[in-house]
Structure formats: C-alpha cells, structure tokens
Design a binder for this molecule. Structure first.
Ligand code: DC
Length: 224
C-alpha cells in the first residue's frame, strides 16, 4: 500500500509521516531530503544551482541511498548537512529542474515497488504515485508554520527570528506553487487535514483511523 502525504513547508508532514509509518509498520520516505541532497551536491560541485541546464548532468547520475532514517550520498552521511538554511534556500531552485524531478520520481517509484510506503513531499499524490491507495494533504497557517520551523532551528542551536523564517516560508510557498513541473497541488482525492491547533498525536491518530478504514475496505473488496 502507498500512502502519500503532501503539503507546504513546515505543515508538520515529516513528523506525522514518520509516526504514521512506524504505527503501520510501513517504510517512511522523506522526498524533501532527496531534493535537499541534490542541492547539496550541486553546491559542492560548484554548479550554478539557479540554472536548470547545469543541473541536468547531475540529475542523470544522482543516487542518494537511504540506510534506515539516514541519507547517504557517495558514501557520506549527509542527513544533518542537508538541513542547513543554505541548503534549504538552494533546494527550492534545484527542485525546479524538470530533469531532476524526473530522476527523483524514478527513484521514488523504485522504492514504492518494493514495500508498503508512507511517502511525504509536494508531488507524491499528484504526480509520483497518482494511484496511491491513500492520500493526505496537510496544511497549516503560514505564521504557525514559521513558529514551528523557528523552534526546529532553535533546537539545532540556530537562533533565527520567526519573522525571518516566515518570509522564507512565504517565498518557498510561492516557489512550490509556481514550479513548472511538480508544483504543489492538492490531489482531488486527498484527505485534507489542517494541523493548526492540533498536536502531532491528534494528526497521526486521524490519519491512522482513515488508513485502517481504507485497508479494511480494500481487503473486503478483494474478498468480494
Ligand atoms: O519538505 P522539505 O522542506 O524538506 O523540502 C525541501 C524542498 O524540496 C522544498 O523547497 C520543496 C522541495 N520538494 C519538492 O519540490 N518536491 C518534493 N516531493 C519534496 C520537496
């Protein structure tokens, strides 16, 4: 079974997706981290990451590897490195590259063929797994999202004012919505959950309830 969770930055997708996957015994896929890995690779290769043409050769050979929850590129553990604000900023440009998106979709579907999956990103339900059995779209007020992301940075020892984080989030929202390929879209068949004022446990409980219901319906229709 494939479960997709899409939505804007800092809507609480990652934590909810990780917890939901753990409860169901499914694999969890953080596709944002894959895009971040591509941005890191481009930065390190001295590529002008705002130029999609320069990213094309990188896209062809790009193969980040997951080992549990750690992400490796060319043998190096880059899980923490991809979370820096510099990489975050570069990623929204890198994610515009249609060639790179094609490559990502290929790698993501490869993983989806091998296991039950909770996959989280922007285009998972709309483009990469349009036939996913269960789709969610998580949203939250931008100010709420900025406060959450600022708290994440603070936990990493990075003091960034939430107002600055809000500006960055609004820019990423604009970039996510206007991307020529893989733009953030709510799949028409997705269950929309607004996470404002909800704890992550409440969000996950609601998602799990919906998934279990769907699993029961699917196995009933297989028996009929
Ligand atoms: O979810 P995140 O903040 O880690 O995502 C990092 C960037 O990657 C963000 O700018 C949007 C982009 N992204 C994307 O375009 N498609 C995805 N499936 C996941 C992330």
């Amino acid at each position: 079974m494939i479960i997709t969770i899409d939505g804007p930055a800092a809507a609480g997708k990652s934590t909810a997706a990780r917890m939901l996957a753990a409860r169901l015994g499914f694999r969890y896929l953080d596709t944002g981290a894959m895009y971040r890995a591509a941005a890191l690779a481009a930065m390190r290769a001295g590529i002008d990451w705002k130029d999609p043409a320069q990213l094309e050769p990188l896209a062809g050979r790009f193969r980040p590897e997951w080992q549990g929850s750690r992400l490796f590129l060319d043998g190096e553990d880059i899980t923490d490195a991809v979370r820096s604000p510099d990489v975050t900023e570069a990623t929204r440009f890198v994610a515009d590259s249609p060639k790179l998106r094609e490559r990502m979709a290929e790698l993501q579907r490869e993983i989806g063929r091998t296991c039950d999956l909770v996959t989280e990103g922007r285009d998972q339900g709309s483009l990469v797994f349009p036939h996913a059995e269960c789709k969610f779209f998580l949203t939250a007020d931008p100010r709420e999202r900025a406060k959450r992301r600022a708290a994440d940075y603070a936990a990493q020892g990075k003091a960034i004012a939430w107002e600055d984080v809000l500006q960055a989030i609004l820019e990423r929202d604009r970039a996510d919505a206007s991307r020529p390929v893989g733009a953030l879209r709510r799949p028409p068949d997705a269950v929309v959950i607004s996470t404002d004022g909800l704890t992550v446990e409440e969000v996950v409980a609601e998602m799990e309830r919906i998934v279990r219901e769907r699993q029961a319906r699917l196995s009933q229709s297989q028996r009929d």
